[in-house]
Design a binder for this molecule. Structure first.
Ligand SMILES: *Cc1c(COP(=O)(O)O)cnc(C)c1O
Length: 215
């Protein structure tokens, strides 16, 4: 595993951007890894918030990893809301009905997850709130009683060279909306995301693959 490498990469990117050390939080994306692998990861490297992108996989892992702090980073349908009970932060809210369904479930659970609004990145894909709709969406989600902490964006798959621009645009939008949390950056682009102002990076592949050989 190359957790020390990723942590060093985060610190280096913070420093290069002139940002205070420790400002950027690492969210460990555990999708596709077994509870045993995740347990081993925690024992070796310490405690990080863990993130899953599929409801059933989250539901299956929660009871196997007591005490873990869970984030959710995937798309979810109405019938999957019930799997999100133990989640503290949802990065991927994109529809008004999701906020309404979560607020309703939160009454039953006696606690509510905080949320980030996922921003559409211009790619030919369907996920995310279009930038022009963000101010109204923010009002509507807040009206349900949920707490909106910030924005999340993914670099466009089909144009990785656009990553920096997408990250900078999203940072500016969060600032204009008065939102402090910025979830952006994955294994391949977290340094650029940190340079643009990310406060949370969501890293999976790089954490769970062996460290690269240095000669
Ligand atoms: C899988 C995933 C990640 C992590 O991606 P890696 O390239 O494995 O670091 C981050 N965010 C979301 C939404 C994901 O689905």
């Amino acid at each position: 595993m190359s957790v020390p490498e990723v942590l060093a990469g985060i610190r280096a990117a913070e420093q290069a951007a002139g940002r205070p050390p420790g400002r950027v939080g690492l969210v460990a994306v555990t999708k596709g890894h077994s509870a045993e692998q995740i347990q081993q990861f925690i024992l070796s490297h310490g405690v990080f918030p863990l993130a899953e992108n599929r409801g059933q996989e989250l539901r299956d892992k929660v009871p196997l990893l007591p005490g873990a702090q869970w984030h959710f980073i995937g798309a979810f349908q109405r019938n999957k809301v019930k799997y999100l009970r133990d989640v503290t932060l949802i990065h991927s809210l994109e529809e008004r009905w999701q906020a309404e369904a979560l607020a309703e479930a939160a009454l039953k659970w006696g606690r509510a997850p905080e949320v980030l609004l996922q921003v559409h990145n211009g790619e030919a894909q369907k996920h995310g709130v279009s930038p022009g709709d963000l101010p109204q969406m923010l009002k509507d989600v807040r009206a349900t009683g949920l707490t909106v902490r910030g924005l999340m964006v993914m670099a466009p798959h089909d144009q990785p060279e656009a990553a920096t621009r997408v990250f900078q645009d999203t940072a500016r939008r969060a600032h204009d909306l008065g939102l402090g949390e910025l979830s952006m950056g994955m294994s391949d682009d977290y340094p650029q995301a940190i340079a643009a102002g990310a406060t949370l990076v969501r890293v999976g592949t790089k954490l769970f693959t062996p460290a690269t050989e240095t000669t």
